[in-house]
Write a new protein. Structure first.
Length: 181
């Protein structure tokens, strides 16, 4: 693709909601673990237009949105911004998010937080060795949905897959890690 701003132009309408979600997650984690969360991804916590690639702005492609302050736990906040998707539907993760997590593993522990717009349910997936092996074995299929007229690419994780955990799993993990790790 030659237009490095293509996806930003396609999803600019969603940035306010993304910002709200990221800020809500930060507050929720602070309230439940007493740990601060910082913005680390390109545009995280902002609805401002930042032209160019992540690399041009000093970021990694597919980098996570947030990081637990003092820990090597990174968080990618995602999920459909429509109310028609329910808990039974599979979760979609962008391949570049998985590749970034894999590249930085095990130095970074990356968790996907899937926010379900329908009712605010939060589910999490730890992008760890087991997950990467499942992707490599083809356990999760690649899907190419057409969204607002554009074909996109995701890795589809069934909602009942053992890697899909509840919010408390992430909170318990954060609470269990020493500040120097």
């Amino acid at each position: 693709m030659t237009n490095e701003n293509y996806w930003k132009e396609r999803y600019g309408h969603a940035w306010d909601k993304s910002k709200f979600r990221e800020e809500s997650i930060k507050e929720k984690i602070k309230n439940e673990t007493n740990r601060s969360v910082v913005n680390v991804g390109l545009g995280a916590g902002s609805a401002e237009y930042i032209p160019g690639t992540a690399k041009n702005s000093g970021y990694e492609r597919g980098g996570a949105d947030l990081k637990i302050d003092g820990l090597n736990i990174y968080l990618e906040v995602t999920g459909p911004q429509v109310k028609s998707i329910d808990l039974s539907k599979p979760l979609w993760i962008r391949p570049d998010k998985i590749e970034n997590a894999k590249k930085n593993y095990p130095l970074h522990e990356t968790w996907v937080i899937h926010w379900l717009e329908r009712d605010g349910t939060l589910r999490v997936i730890n992008l760890n060795n087991d997950f990467f092996e499942s992707v490599a074995k083809g356990i999760y299929k690649t899907v190419l949905p057409v969204i607002r007229g554009t074909t996109e690419k995701y890795i589809e994780v069934p909602s009942e897959d053992p890697c899909v955990k509840n919010w408390k799993t992430l909170i318990d993990r954060i609470k269990s890690v020493n500040m120097d790790q």
